[in-house]
Design a protein around this ligand. Structure first.
Ligand SMILES: [Zn+2]
Length: 100
């Protein structure tokens, strides 16, 4: 019985950690997981949208991610404004012609 309670709390803590990683209130989610069940809370957490700033955002067509620092910079930029790395001129993909 003690083991079940221990597992319950451990899973609730995991849910809390995951929640805070997703930009949610970790403590609140830990309490919620304790009250309902860690499994249910975990499922809720997966279903609701990810609020984390690290969540993947689409790269606008006018911007690219710097290969050196990952900063979002203008596609036309030759030097990264975050780390100062010199960037190669973006190359157009080779056009595919059916006939020469
Ligand atoms: Zn950079």
């Amino acid at each position: 019985m003690l083991l079940i309670i221990f597992l319950w709390i451990a899973l609730a803590l995991v849910v809390g950690v995951l929640a805070s990683g997703r930009g949610r209130h970790g403590f609140g989610w830990t309490m919620l997981a304790c009250l309902i069940s860690p499994l249910l809370a975990g499922i809720f957490l997966l279903v609701i949208a990810d609020r984390s700033p690290h969540a993947k955002r689409p790269v606008p067509a006018t911007h690219v991610d710097c290969p050196e620092c990952g900063g979002r910079i203008l596609r036309e930029a030759r030097v990264c404004r975050y780390c100062g790395a010199t960037l190669a001129i973006p190359q157009e993909p080779p056009t595919l012609h059916g006939d020469p």
